[in-house]
Design a protein around this ligand. Structure first.
Ligand code: NAD
Length: 254
């Protein structure tokens, strides 16, 4: 079950956190993993760890927000059976204090980046009798989260662009779904706590942990297991859906 043997899987942002856990698990399940990362050292490290265990994983440096870079790279990789659009950045702020520069930055990575990947990969999947796409959305796609204006906008876009792709390419045997995590303990979370709440790191970490009714943050590995299921042939009846993985955040917070 859940074998990805000989499938070519592209994972963006696979040098850290959730993407790293997905790349590592997919390689273990037999996929030929291609990590597309800004941080090439981190991507190389993830890939090298998998290769050391006898699995196939390769790292490439590119910025998902750069359409030409992504087009050239996908051409070079050639075959794509699975795409996981995971690369993303965080931002804290409401509509009044979100600057245009920050809005553009979040949009360029989180929204344009996913678009660039889809734009480049879908033709290869069509030519290859189909494929599976998984996009990292967030609980912020469907629930109002305090002080996450630009970030929520970007994740709402991920959710709706996934529905569009799922609909448009159903006849081409391409499945497309989203995962919506609540807080997952990754460098992404540590980074934004350090940047936005200096001196109050422990207090904010505790608060963010408790915001999941289950009382803690998720782990990257828990998200990776859901990603594996959705990208495997066992999930062949699933498309156009969103899967919260949220410790009860959406339905049990009252
Ligand atoms: P992370 O910061 O640990 O890792 C993200 C990786 O993406 C980094 O290695 C970074 O170098 C890479 N990256 C950033 N910009 C890039 C670009 N322009 N081109 C290529 N690579 C780029 O993040 P994470 O916590 O693992 O989050 C992964 C995804 O999951 C994101 O899309 C995030 O929005 C989503 N998510 C995370 C959480 C959470 O609590 N951690 C919750 C919900 C959704």
């Amino acid at each position: 079950m859940f074998s990805l043997k000989n499938k070519s899987a592209i994972i963006t942002g696979g040098g850290s956190g959730i993407g790293k856990a997905i790349a590592t698990l997919f390689a273990k399940q037999g996929a030929i993993v291609h990590i597309i990362e800004l941080n090439i050292d981190a991507a190389e490290e993830t890939a090298a760890q998998s290769r050391k265990s006898g699995f196939a994983a390769y790292a490439y440096q590119a910025d998902v927000s750069n359409q030409q870079q992504i087009a050239d790279l996908i051409e070079k990789i050639g075959q794509v059976n699975i795409l996981v659009n995971n690369a993303g950045i965080a931002h804290v702020g409401n509509v009044e204090n979100t600057s245009e520069a920050d809005f553009d930055r979040v949009f360029n990575v989180n929204v344009r980046g996913a678009y660039n990947m889809l734009h480049a990969v879908v033709p290869f999947m069509k030519a290859n009798d189909g494929g599976v796409i998984l996009n990292l959305a967030s609980i912020a796609s469907s629930v109002g989260i305090t002080d996450r204006f630009a970030y929520s906008m970007s994740k709402g876009a991920i959710y709706s662009m996934s529905l569009s792709v799922a609909r448009d390419y159903m006849a081409d045997n391409i499945r497309c779904n989203t995962i919506s995590p609540a807080r997952v303990h990754t460098p992404f979370v540590d980074g934004f706590i350090a940047k936005n709440y200096p001196g109050k790191e422990a207090e904010i970490f505790e608060k963010l942990s408790k915001s999941q009714p289950i009382g803690r943050m998720g782990t990257p590995e828990e998200v990776a297991h859901l990603a594996l299921y959705l990208c495997s042939d066992e999930a062949s009846f699933i498309t156009g859906n969103d899967y919260p993985i949220d410790g009860g955040f959406i339905k049990l917070n009252n």
